[in-house]
Structures are given as C-alpha cells and as structure tokens.
Ligand binder design. Structure first.
Ligand code: ADP
Ligand code: MG
Length: 368
C-alpha cells in the first residue's frame, strides 16, 4: 500500500482511553473513538451519560485524568502534552451557540478569522455565508434573524476558519422540527464539501441514524457499541441497546440445549449454558398478524415459528403506521405490533401473532 493511500484512510481525530472523574465518580470511562476526514461519527446516548464531557476534553477546554487525543496522528493532549484549544484546529458548535448581538452577521462570521489579512477575511465571510445561503444578510444583526437563520450564521462562523475537525454538541436541538431536517442536511453537505471530520453529540437515535456514518453508543460513561447505523439497529449488543432505538417486545425464556423454548417456538441461544435466563427481544414491526379461523391459527413456518393467540387491547393510528396492543393467551403479557398504514382491529378481537425469527435477538438476562 502506498503512503498516500495510508494517509487518506488514517483517522483525523483519534481518542484513546479518555477518562474523567468528578468527585471520585468516573463520568467518562475509557472512551476510545476515531473519525476520518469527511466522516460523521455520532456520539449517542441518554442525557447525563458523559457526551459533553467527552467533547470538552477533545476540544481542550477540560482535561482528562487519563487517555490521549490525537489529531492527524499527533498527540494534542496526553499525560505530558496539552495543546491549548485554539491551537488544535478543532471547530466547535454547541446548542446555545449565541451569536454576538452587537456584531453584524458578517462580523460574527469573521470573528474567528482575526489574524488573517482583511481582504482574506472578507472573502471567507462571503464564501461561507454563501455556502449556508445567508449571503443577503451580511449587514443584519442577529435579533433581525429567525432561529433557523441564526443557526446558519453560527454554522458559517464555526466553518469559516476551515477547522479540520468539527465537534457539535446537540447543535440542532434548539430548532423546531420543521426547520431541523433541512438544516441538518445542509450542514452535512457543507461539512462533506470541506472534507471535515465531524463528531456530533446527540441523545436522539433518529438524529444519529439520519446523520452518522458511524454511531458510538454511550452509556454510563462508556462506549458500549460502535458501528454503522444499520449494524447498530440490526445487531444491538444488549437489550438496552435494542431498546434505545425503538420500542421493543421482550419474551422471557430459559436455555436448554442451546435453545430457548417459548410459546412462539424455539429460539437459538448458542453458547449459553443450560438454565441461563434469557430475554428474547424483537421490535414491534417484526410481529406478523393473522386471522383466527374457528380458534385455529395459521400453520407454523420455519421463518415465523409457532403462532400464538392474543386479544386486541388497543389499536392506534399513527399516520404512516398503526400500533396494535395484544394481551397474549399464554401468560397475559402485552405485546405490541407495528403495522404499515391502517390496521385498526376492534378491542376484544382474537388474532394470531408470529415473530420474524431472523429479526429476534436473544440476550442473557441481566440481574435487577
Ligand atoms: P451528557 O452531555 O451526556 O448529557 P455530561 O457530560 O454533561 O453528560 O455529564 C455527565 C455527568 O457528569 C453528569 O452526571 C454530570 O452531572 C457530571 N458532570 C459534568 N460536568 C461536571 C462538573 N464540572 N462537575 C461535576 N460533575 C459534572
Ligand atoms: Mg450534554
């Protein structure tokens, strides 16, 4: 492999074993990540799991207790070195991005360019305001702009110094839903055109699925799984990871001979010793529904296993799909099915359910 090919595939940002404690509690615990040029990695996890703390250490405004941050293979922060934030070539964009109210749009965007020749500053300001579609607003003040327009200016301000790495902490959560999708896509387009390495923090799975090349799923200060949106959704590491992306149904089972027997038939539990309690987890869209024919259900198939009967408790129309809740005959538990379009059976109606077996996950049950 040539040196050039090596370089192009090398991570621009690398984080190794980053750890930070407050008051003796590790809020970031051995976090490792990497982001390549032109790639978007989403750090995804519930509020309080340590995402912002991780970002602050990468930016250099907070310092880790252990671990290192590397930019293009060079350590910018580690046990010995600590390069100040402004010398790392890292751009920042936070939720409360606060434009300077007393500066015009053009002055706001030029703010991070002090030190460049005046003509260069003017050219950059024009270039980046153009990229975010705000060229006409150069002379306006922030209070004259809508929230979405302010967001665009903030983006231009963050991008104008041409950072090699962009850290974004929930940058779209202040925007209303209608604006959000458009601005997200525009932001990605501008960042991709600049070949920037992007680390984006969010607590919203849908946002991560939409924006990420890679998702790093974080919980209690640790990265529990890294992968493409497709892999994280379709091969979660545990029940919590599955449940973070959608509602889930859970059947309880126990392993016997690498199988778990349930009212829906047998599920494979390879490598699990006999007697291990397991959770069989599946998403509502992977339940199939069939009609009752005089108390008899459809025939079992290898794909769907054994059908089990349930009684409709509630059916709700959600716009593009319907959600139907069943009380199962076998143990009285509730399972939820998600069906495309309109399917609104009456409460009290008996139907048969089958599970897409290839879409089930079997996890050893955790204590507690
Ligand atoms: P997230 O961004 O994922 O919501 P944070 O990184 O902001 O989470 O916070 C992670 C945990 O660390 C939280 O429990 C928070 O209270 C705690 N924490 C963050 N900053 C400090 C600090 N400066 N002092 C003490 N605790 C902090
Ligand atoms: Mg945060």
């Amino acid at each position: 492999m040539s040196a050039a090919a090596d370089l192009s595939d090398a991570p621009r940002l690398e984080v190794r074993g980053l750890t930070r404690s407050y008051g003796g509690v590790a809020v970031v615990d051995d976090v490792s990540l990497s982001v390549k040029p032109g790639q978007v990695t989403c750090l995804l996890g519930p509020s309080g799991c340590g995402k912002s703390t991780t970002l602050r250490m990468i930016a250099g405004v907070d310092r880790q207790d252990a671990g290192a941050v590397l930019v293009d293979g060079r350590e910018v922060s580690g046990p010995v070195h600590h390069t100040p934030p402004e010398e790392r070539g890292i751009g920042l964009m936070f939720q409360d991005f606060a434009l300077f109210p007393h500066l015009t749009v053009a002055q706001n965007v030029g703010f991070g360019l002090r030190g460049l020749p005046r003509s260069e500053v003017a050219a950059r300001v024009r270039e980046f305001l153009g990229k975010v579609g705000m060229g006409r607003f150069e002379g306006q003040y922030p209070h004259q702009l809508s929230g979405g327009e302010q967001q665009r200016v903030a983006l231009a301000r963050a991008l104008a110094p041409r950072p090699r790495i962009m850290l974004m902490d929930e940058p779209f959560s202040g925007l209303d839903d209608r604006l959000r999708d458009g601005i997200r896509d525009e932001t990605l387009d501008v960042l991709a055109a600049e070949n920037t390495a992007v680390l984006l923090v969010t607590h919203e799975p849908a946002e991560a699925m939409r924006m990420a090349d890679e998702i790093a799923l974080m919980r209690d200060g640790r990265i529990v799984q890294r992968g493409s949106p497709y892999n994280i959704y379709n091969a979660p590491v545990d029940r919590e990871a599955a449940g973070f992306f959608s509602d889930i149904n859970v059947l309880e089972g126990r392993v016997q001979g690498a199988l778990s027997e349930t009212p829906f038939g047998q599920f494979l539990a390879p490598g699990q010793p006999d007697g291990t309690p397991v959770d069989i987890v599946f998403r509502p869209q992977h339940l199939r529904i069939d009609f009752d024919r005089d108390g008899r259900g459809p025939h079992p198939t290898p794909e769907t296993g054994t059908p089990a009967r349930g009684v409709v408790q509630r059916a709700r129309f959600m716009g593009s799909e319907s959600l139907v809740e069943f009380r199962m005959d076998f143990d009285g538990s509730i399972l939820t099915a998600k069906v495309p379009s309109v399917f609104l059976p009456k409460p009290g109606m008996a139907l048969w359910l089958m599970i897409r077996r290839d879409r089930c996950f079997v996890f050893p049950r955790k204590a507690g």
